[in-house]
Design a protein around this ligand. Structure first.
Ligand code: HEC
Length: 291
Protein backbone atom coordinates (compact mmCIF):
# COMPACT_ATOMS: atom_id res chain seq x y z
CA UNK A 1 0.00 0.00 0.00
CA UNK A 2 2.67 2.46 1.06
CA UNK A 3 4.69 1.56 -1.99
CA UNK A 4 1.78 2.26 -4.28
CA UNK A 5 1.11 5.62 -2.69
CA UNK A 6 4.77 6.59 -2.80
CA UNK A 7 5.11 5.58 -6.43
CA UNK A 8 1.97 7.48 -7.31
CA UNK A 9 3.05 10.65 -5.53
CA UNK A 10 6.45 10.53 -7.16
CA UNK A 11 5.00 9.88 -10.59
CA UNK A 12 2.70 12.87 -10.21
CA UNK A 13 5.45 15.07 -8.84
CA UNK A 14 7.68 14.25 -11.79
CA UNK A 15 5.09 14.25 -14.57
CA UNK A 16 3.20 17.43 -13.68
CA UNK A 17 5.92 20.05 -14.17
CA UNK A 18 6.76 18.55 -17.58
CA UNK A 19 3.09 18.74 -18.55
CA UNK A 20 2.76 22.33 -17.40
CA UNK A 21 5.94 23.27 -19.21
CA UNK A 22 4.81 21.82 -22.52
CA UNK A 23 1.23 23.05 -22.38
CA UNK A 24 1.24 26.45 -23.97
CA UNK A 25 -2.14 27.80 -24.99
CA UNK A 26 -2.25 28.78 -28.66
CA UNK A 27 -2.38 32.53 -29.26
CA UNK A 28 -4.45 33.81 -32.12
CA UNK A 29 -5.51 37.21 -33.39
CA UNK A 30 -3.76 40.26 -34.78
CA UNK A 31 -1.38 40.57 -31.84
CA UNK A 32 0.11 37.18 -32.53
CA UNK A 33 3.87 37.45 -32.62
CA UNK A 34 4.88 34.60 -34.84
CA UNK A 35 8.56 35.36 -34.57
CA UNK A 36 8.52 35.09 -30.79
CA UNK A 37 6.35 31.99 -30.90
CA UNK A 38 8.64 30.18 -33.31
CA UNK A 39 11.73 31.27 -31.48
CA UNK A 40 10.36 29.78 -28.26
CA UNK A 41 9.69 26.52 -30.08
CA UNK A 42 13.22 26.55 -31.48
CA UNK A 43 14.61 27.34 -28.03
CA UNK A 44 12.98 24.30 -26.46
CA UNK A 45 13.04 21.82 -29.33
CA UNK A 46 16.06 22.72 -31.46
CA UNK A 47 18.60 24.72 -29.43
CA UNK A 48 19.87 21.60 -27.65
CA UNK A 49 21.46 20.61 -30.99
CA UNK A 50 21.57 23.88 -32.92
CA UNK A 51 22.02 26.47 -30.16
CA UNK A 52 24.66 29.21 -30.15
CA UNK A 53 26.28 27.94 -26.96
CA UNK A 54 27.30 24.59 -28.43
CA UNK A 55 30.91 23.96 -29.37
CA UNK A 56 29.86 21.52 -32.10
CA UNK A 57 26.28 22.19 -33.21
CA UNK A 58 24.69 19.37 -35.23
CA UNK A 59 24.87 19.71 -38.97
CA UNK A 60 27.16 22.77 -38.45
CA UNK A 61 23.92 24.68 -37.85
CA UNK A 62 24.33 26.56 -34.59
CA UNK A 63 22.19 29.65 -35.05
CA UNK A 64 18.62 28.38 -34.87
CA UNK A 65 17.82 31.10 -32.29
CA UNK A 66 18.93 33.85 -34.68
CA UNK A 67 15.70 34.04 -36.68
CA UNK A 68 17.01 36.81 -38.91
CA UNK A 69 19.89 34.66 -40.06
CA UNK A 70 17.73 31.56 -40.48
CA UNK A 71 15.25 33.55 -42.60
CA UNK A 72 18.05 34.87 -44.80
CA UNK A 73 19.43 31.43 -45.59
CA UNK A 74 17.56 30.24 -48.71
CA UNK A 75 18.74 26.70 -48.03
CA UNK A 76 16.50 26.74 -44.97
CA UNK A 77 13.74 29.26 -45.44
CA UNK A 78 12.18 30.92 -48.48
CA UNK A 79 10.08 33.63 -46.80
CA UNK A 80 6.35 33.37 -47.58
CA UNK A 81 6.84 29.95 -49.22
CA UNK A 82 6.76 27.16 -46.66
CA UNK A 83 6.45 24.47 -49.31
CA UNK A 84 9.79 25.46 -50.82
CA UNK A 85 11.52 25.82 -47.44
CA UNK A 86 13.82 23.01 -46.40
CA UNK A 87 13.30 23.79 -42.72
CA UNK A 88 9.56 23.29 -43.03
CA UNK A 89 10.08 20.10 -45.04
CA UNK A 90 12.34 18.68 -42.30
CA UNK A 91 9.87 19.58 -39.56
CA UNK A 92 6.82 18.40 -41.48
CA UNK A 93 8.36 15.02 -42.28
CA UNK A 94 9.36 14.62 -38.60
CA UNK A 95 13.04 14.52 -39.58
CA UNK A 96 13.73 17.42 -37.19
CA UNK A 97 13.95 17.23 -34.30
CA UNK A 98 15.24 13.63 -34.47
CA UNK A 99 14.54 13.35 -30.74
CA UNK A 100 10.76 13.32 -31.33
CA UNK A 101 8.30 15.08 -33.66
CA UNK A 102 6.89 18.52 -32.96
CA UNK A 103 3.22 18.79 -32.05
CA UNK A 104 0.76 19.72 -34.77
CA UNK A 105 0.35 23.17 -33.18
CA UNK A 106 4.13 23.73 -33.11
CA UNK A 107 4.43 22.70 -36.75
CA UNK A 108 1.54 24.97 -37.70
CA UNK A 109 3.26 27.93 -35.96
CA UNK A 110 6.41 27.32 -37.99
CA UNK A 111 4.46 27.04 -41.26
CA UNK A 112 2.54 30.24 -40.53
CA UNK A 113 5.75 31.97 -39.54
CA UNK A 114 7.31 31.22 -42.93
CA UNK A 115 4.04 32.10 -44.68
CA UNK A 116 4.05 35.48 -42.88
CA UNK A 117 7.46 36.21 -44.40
CA UNK A 118 9.55 34.67 -41.58
CA UNK A 119 9.53 37.77 -39.33
CA UNK A 120 12.16 38.21 -36.66
CA UNK A 121 11.14 38.42 -33.02
CA UNK A 122 9.25 41.54 -32.03
CA UNK A 123 10.67 43.94 -29.49
CA UNK A 124 8.92 43.57 -26.11
CA UNK A 125 7.08 46.92 -26.42
CA UNK A 126 5.79 46.54 -29.96
CA UNK A 127 2.93 44.28 -28.91
CA UNK A 128 1.04 47.21 -27.40
CA UNK A 129 1.02 49.08 -30.70
CA UNK A 130 -1.01 46.37 -32.39
CA UNK A 131 1.10 46.37 -35.51
CA UNK A 132 4.19 44.30 -35.09
CA UNK A 133 7.27 46.36 -35.34
CA UNK A 134 10.10 43.99 -36.08
CA UNK A 135 13.51 44.55 -34.67
CA UNK A 136 16.53 44.03 -36.84
CA UNK A 137 18.23 42.76 -33.72
CA UNK A 138 20.37 39.72 -34.16
CA UNK A 139 19.97 37.57 -31.10
CA UNK A 140 23.03 36.23 -29.44
CA UNK A 141 21.97 35.86 -25.85
CA UNK A 142 18.98 33.54 -25.77
CA UNK A 143 18.18 34.18 -22.10
CA UNK A 144 17.06 37.78 -22.63
CA UNK A 145 14.47 37.15 -25.31
CA UNK A 146 12.43 34.00 -24.64
CA UNK A 147 8.99 34.30 -23.11
CA UNK A 148 8.81 34.67 -19.31
CA UNK A 149 7.27 31.20 -18.98
CA UNK A 150 10.15 29.52 -20.78
CA UNK A 151 12.73 31.55 -18.89
CA UNK A 152 11.04 30.60 -15.61
CA UNK A 153 11.13 26.91 -16.53
CA UNK A 154 14.80 27.22 -17.45
CA UNK A 155 15.65 28.99 -14.20
CA UNK A 156 13.73 26.58 -11.96
CA UNK A 157 15.21 23.60 -13.82
CA UNK A 158 18.72 24.74 -12.99
CA UNK A 159 18.12 23.96 -9.33
CA UNK A 160 18.26 20.31 -10.34
CA UNK A 161 22.01 20.82 -10.79
CA UNK A 162 22.26 22.19 -7.28
CA UNK A 163 20.01 19.74 -5.43
CA UNK A 164 21.29 16.56 -7.03
CA UNK A 165 24.43 16.55 -4.89
CA UNK A 166 22.46 16.03 -1.70
CA UNK A 167 20.85 12.63 -2.43
CA UNK A 168 24.12 11.33 -3.86
CA UNK A 169 26.25 12.32 -0.87
CA UNK A 170 23.65 11.37 1.74
CA UNK A 171 22.93 7.95 0.27
CA UNK A 172 26.64 7.14 0.05
CA UNK A 173 27.01 8.28 3.68
CA UNK A 174 24.12 6.01 4.66
CA UNK A 175 25.93 3.16 2.88
CA UNK A 176 29.20 3.78 4.71
CA UNK A 177 27.42 4.02 8.09
CA UNK A 178 25.53 0.80 7.40
CA UNK A 179 28.76 -0.97 6.43
CA UNK A 180 30.50 0.18 9.62
CA UNK A 181 27.54 -1.03 11.72
CA UNK A 182 27.54 -4.40 9.95
CA UNK A 183 31.32 -4.75 10.39
CA UNK A 184 30.89 -4.27 14.13
CA UNK A 185 28.57 -7.27 14.00
CA UNK A 186 25.56 -5.26 15.12
CA UNK A 187 22.11 -5.89 13.67
CA UNK A 188 20.63 -2.97 15.54
CA UNK A 189 19.46 -0.35 13.00
CA UNK A 190 21.82 2.62 13.14
CA UNK A 191 20.24 6.02 13.81
CA UNK A 192 22.79 7.62 11.48
CA UNK A 193 21.67 5.39 8.61
CA UNK A 194 18.06 6.17 9.37
CA UNK A 195 18.70 9.90 9.42
CA UNK A 196 20.69 9.93 6.18
CA UNK A 197 18.11 7.76 4.41
CA UNK A 198 15.19 9.92 5.52
CA UNK A 199 16.87 13.11 4.33
CA UNK A 200 17.83 11.40 1.06
CA UNK A 201 14.23 10.34 0.49
CA UNK A 202 13.01 13.87 1.13
CA UNK A 203 15.66 15.48 -1.09
CA UNK A 204 15.30 13.06 -3.98
CA UNK A 205 11.69 13.99 -4.80
CA UNK A 206 12.40 17.62 -5.82
CA UNK A 207 15.68 16.50 -7.40
CA UNK A 208 13.87 14.12 -9.76
CA UNK A 209 10.99 16.51 -10.42
CA UNK A 210 13.38 19.39 -11.22
CA UNK A 211 15.33 17.07 -13.49
CA UNK A 212 12.21 16.69 -15.62
CA UNK A 213 11.71 20.47 -15.59
CA UNK A 214 15.35 20.99 -16.56
CA UNK A 215 14.94 18.67 -19.56
CA UNK A 216 11.68 20.32 -20.59
CA UNK A 217 13.66 23.57 -20.87
CA UNK A 218 15.67 21.95 -23.66
CA UNK A 219 18.63 20.69 -21.63
CA UNK A 220 20.05 17.34 -22.58
CA UNK A 221 18.04 16.95 -25.80
CA UNK A 222 21.27 16.96 -27.80
CA UNK A 223 21.69 13.33 -26.75
CA UNK A 224 18.17 11.88 -26.46
CA UNK A 225 19.40 8.37 -25.72
CA UNK A 226 21.57 9.45 -22.80
CA UNK A 227 18.79 11.74 -21.57
CA UNK A 228 16.32 8.85 -21.55
CA UNK A 229 18.75 6.63 -19.63
CA UNK A 230 19.49 9.37 -17.09
CA UNK A 231 15.83 10.33 -16.71
CA UNK A 232 14.44 6.86 -16.11
CA UNK A 233 17.35 5.63 -13.99
CA UNK A 234 16.89 8.76 -11.88
CA UNK A 235 13.15 8.30 -11.55
CA UNK A 236 13.63 4.63 -10.65
CA UNK A 237 16.32 5.59 -8.12
CA UNK A 238 13.89 8.07 -6.55
CA UNK A 239 11.16 5.49 -6.07
CA UNK A 240 13.67 2.87 -4.89
CA UNK A 241 15.32 5.11 -2.29
CA UNK A 242 11.97 6.16 -0.83
CA UNK A 243 11.02 2.48 -0.51
CA UNK A 244 14.36 1.74 1.13
CA UNK A 245 13.89 4.57 3.64
CA UNK A 246 10.43 3.22 4.51
CA UNK A 247 11.88 -0.27 4.96
CA UNK A 248 14.61 1.11 7.21
CA UNK A 249 11.94 2.88 9.23
CA UNK A 250 10.21 -0.45 9.81
CA UNK A 251 13.53 -1.96 10.92
CA UNK A 252 13.94 0.88 13.39
CA UNK A 253 10.58 -0.05 14.94
CA UNK A 254 11.34 -3.80 15.15
CA UNK A 255 14.90 -3.08 16.35
CA UNK A 256 16.51 -5.50 13.88
CA UNK A 257 18.19 -4.61 10.59
CA UNK A 258 16.75 -6.83 7.85
CA UNK A 259 18.85 -8.26 5.00
CA UNK A 260 16.24 -6.93 2.58
CA UNK A 261 16.91 -3.32 3.59
CA UNK A 262 20.67 -3.89 3.33
CA UNK A 263 20.23 -5.27 -0.18
CA UNK A 264 17.86 -2.44 -1.10
CA UNK A 265 20.44 0.08 0.10
CA UNK A 266 23.14 -1.46 -2.10
CA UNK A 267 20.82 -1.47 -5.14
CA UNK A 268 19.77 2.12 -4.39
CA UNK A 269 23.41 3.24 -4.27
CA UNK A 270 24.10 1.49 -7.60
CA UNK A 271 21.06 3.16 -9.18
CA UNK A 272 22.04 6.60 -7.92
CA UNK A 273 25.66 6.19 -9.01
CA UNK A 274 24.56 5.01 -12.47
CA UNK A 275 22.17 7.96 -12.75
CA UNK A 276 24.89 10.37 -11.67
CA UNK A 277 27.30 8.89 -14.18
CA UNK A 278 24.82 9.29 -17.06
CA UNK A 279 24.12 12.85 -15.89
CA UNK A 280 27.83 13.61 -15.73
CA UNK A 281 28.31 12.40 -19.30
CA UNK A 282 25.39 14.59 -20.38
CA UNK A 283 26.98 17.63 -18.80
CA UNK A 284 30.55 17.00 -19.90
CA UNK A 285 30.19 14.86 -23.04
CA UNK A 286 30.21 11.12 -23.58
CA UNK A 287 33.98 11.15 -24.02
CA UNK A 288 34.61 12.66 -20.56
CA UNK A 289 36.07 9.48 -19.10
CA UNK A 290 37.80 8.28 -22.26
CA UNK A 291 41.35 7.20 -21.70
C1 HEC B 1 18.79 15.71 -31.18
C2 HEC B 1 19.50 16.67 -31.95
C3 HEC B 1 18.72 17.57 -32.89
C4 HEC B 1 17.62 18.35 -32.60
C5 HEC B 1 16.90 18.46 -31.27
C6 HEC B 1 17.32 19.06 -33.80
N1 HEC B 1 18.21 18.72 -34.77
FE1 HEC B 1 18.32 19.57 -36.63
N2 HEC B 1 19.94 18.41 -37.04
C7 HEC B 1 20.47 17.46 -36.23
C8 HEC B 1 21.53 16.76 -36.93
C9 HEC B 1 22.36 15.60 -36.37
C10 HEC B 1 21.62 17.37 -38.20
C11 HEC B 1 22.56 17.00 -39.31
C12 HEC B 1 21.86 16.00 -40.17
C13 HEC B 1 22.65 15.67 -41.38
O1 HEC B 1 23.67 16.32 -41.62
O2 HEC B 1 22.22 14.75 -42.07
C14 HEC B 1 20.61 18.40 -38.25
C15 HEC B 1 20.41 19.22 -39.35
C16 HEC B 1 19.42 20.20 -39.39
C17 HEC B 1 19.23 21.09 -40.50
C18 HEC B 1 20.03 21.11 -41.76
C19 HEC B 1 21.22 22.03 -41.54
C20 HEC B 1 22.00 22.20 -42.82
O3 HEC B 1 22.62 23.24 -42.96
O4 HEC B 1 21.98 21.27 -43.64
C21 HEC B 1 18.17 21.90 -40.19
C22 HEC B 1 17.58 23.00 -41.04
C23 HEC B 1 17.71 21.48 -38.90
N3 HEC B 1 18.50 20.47 -38.42
C24 HEC B 1 16.64 22.05 -38.25
C25 HEC B 1 16.21 21.67 -37.00
C26 HEC B 1 15.06 22.27 -36.36
C27 HEC B 1 14.19 23.35 -36.96
C28 HEC B 1 14.95 21.66 -35.15
C29 HEC B 1 13.88 21.89 -34.10
C30 HEC B 1 12.52 21.86 -34.55
C31 HEC B 1 16.03 20.71 -35.04
N4 HEC B 1 16.77 20.73 -36.18
C32 HEC B 1 16.27 19.93 -33.92
C33 HEC B 1 20.10 17.20 -34.93
C34 HEC B 1 19.07 17.81 -34.26
Amino acid sequence: MRWTVTALVLALATALPAEIASAQPPVTGPDRQLGNEVRDIFAVRCAGCHGPDLAKPKGRFGYVLDLGRVAQNPEMVIPSRPDESELWALVQRDEMPPSGPLTTAEKESIREWILAGAPNISSPVSGTAGSSLRTELSIVDSSTISSPAIRAVRLVGKFHLLLLHFPIALLLTAGVAELLTALRGSRFPSATVQFCLTVTAVAIVPTVALGWVHASGGNGVADPQLLAIHRWLGTAAGVWVIGTALGAGRDARTGVRSRGVQMALIVGILLVVATAHAGGLMAHGRDFFDW
